[in-house]
Write a protein that binds this ligand. Sequence first.
Ligand code: HPA
Length: 258
Amino acid sequence: MQYGSITVTETAIIGGTGLTSLNDLEIVRREVVNTPYGEPSGPLVHGDLRGHKVVFLPRHGSGHTIPPHKINYRANIWALKNAGIKKIIAINAVGAIDSNLTPGRLVFPDQIIDYTWSRTNTFFEEGLTSVVHIDFTHPYCEELRRLLIQAADAAGLNTIRSGTYGATQGPRLETAAEIDRLERDGCHLVGMTGMPEASLARELELSYATCAVVANMAAGRGTAETISMKLIEQHLRSGMAQVCLLLEKLVPLLREHA
Ligand code: HPA
């Protein structure tokens, strides 16, 4: 969108574990934002991604030091809204519950079950003239999800196009019994950062969709006796290389659909 001579950047990418910076991003400036909700995970990184302006925000901080339950989700989402962002692509590392989701694969979930607790999860709690209940039947923006799928196809990636994301509290990984329960509930993948990020984005009327990257088979799934950080990092490296290919195809599509 163009206001006079100022181009407003409309798309933000929130990077998760394994994506604290974007290699292909030519950084133009870093913006420190003070919000009514405290500090975001770091400055907003404004840059140029293959000719397209985007904002990047590493969810866990640039040094990957903020654990999932300590992330200031409200400050992050508010800062992006305040910067004029309209669309958010969230990148989230996940564990696979469904055996079709193998490590390194990208998944575009279409549903969420929220198991997190004690996280501040709304902008609508104080100074209200009336109580607000947002619609969250479809937690992700379907149009943005379609564009993600289209971009993945254009990049020739073998992705999974739907699934239910179970958001757990962390920071520990789950027990095998907890994963059995999530599976009975209908979850296909499990991660610690999907909520309340998605619902806060909806509260501020931002389009939001997730590209989940399978880092490991969830507890009690697959053949590994324990889940090792070394293996997680290895799978995330291959997954994040695919994320970069995906973003390359996605940014021009986002501009066409602005
Ligand atoms: N569980 C929860 N969150 C995760 C996992 C997991 O197995 N892997 C990566 N993020």
